[in-house]
Design a protein around this ligand. Structure first.
Ligand SMILES: Cc1cc2nc3c(=O)[nH]c(=O)nc-3n(C[C@H](O)[C@H](O)[C@H](O)COP(=O)(O)O)c2cc1C
Length: 166
């Protein structure tokens, strides 16, 4: 499988659960992402509880697909551990690794943005009882895909410049 080109945002899921060994692979991939000065400021909250999924859907308008999915991972970053201001970059790299690892293991997934929406972040920080230095960054919803559409073709050669802008 060519994981980069197979990945797509999936918002329809089957009921099948995410296997524990696959979840561990996905989390290991997340923790293998690069972080500024190896600060590893991230943590991951695995959420299977349907009541919590409902609460997430209440505070995140664009995460309604979570109501059908078996699992979500909340990616968070600790401001007291991060190097300089690199929390969003560290957490974004981890989030992307989650998406790619999930694709590789045969799951659909979607990145639901939290950072830098203050209202969403605050609501999730409250819901998940995060310590005061820990920011909610993203929610990745994961499950067996019920979406047969083809991934988008992202190739746009005009986005590439060589040596200078013009
Ligand atoms: C920072 C970020 C935030 C996103 N937030 C949401 C979201 O809240 N809900 C959602 O359904 N998709 C969300 N997405 C997924 C994008 O809509 C999706 O990646 C984009 O439309 C391209 O489609 P593709 O992922 O299938 O290539 C987000 C993606 C990123 C990178």
């Amino acid at each position: 499988m060519d994981v980069f080109f197979e990945r797509k945002s999936v918002r329809k899921y089957l009921q099948d659960d995410v296997k524990e060994e696959d979840l561990n692979y996905i989390l290991r991939a997340a923790m293998s992402a690069p972080t500024a000065r190896n600060a590893r400021c991230y943590s991951f909250i695995v959420v299977r509880d349907k009541e919590t999924h409902k609460k997430i859907a209440e505070v995140h308008r664009a995460a309604q697909m979570i109501l059908q999915a078996p699992l979500a991972i909340l990616v968070v970053g600790d401001e007291s551990k991060v190097f300089e201001g690199y929390l969003p970059q560290d957490c974004a790299a981890a989030t992307q690794n989650i998406l790619l690892a999930a694709t590789l293991k045969g799951y659909g997934s979607v990145w639901c943005g939290v950072y830098s929406n203050d209202e969403r972040s605050k609501a999730l920080e409250k819901l998940f009882l995060l310590p005061s230095s820990v920011r909610a960054f993203s929610i990745v919803v994961i499950g067996k895909s019920a979406d047969n559409s083809a991934p988008k073709n992202g190739w746009q050669p005009e986005k590439i410049k060589y040596e200078k802008w013009s």
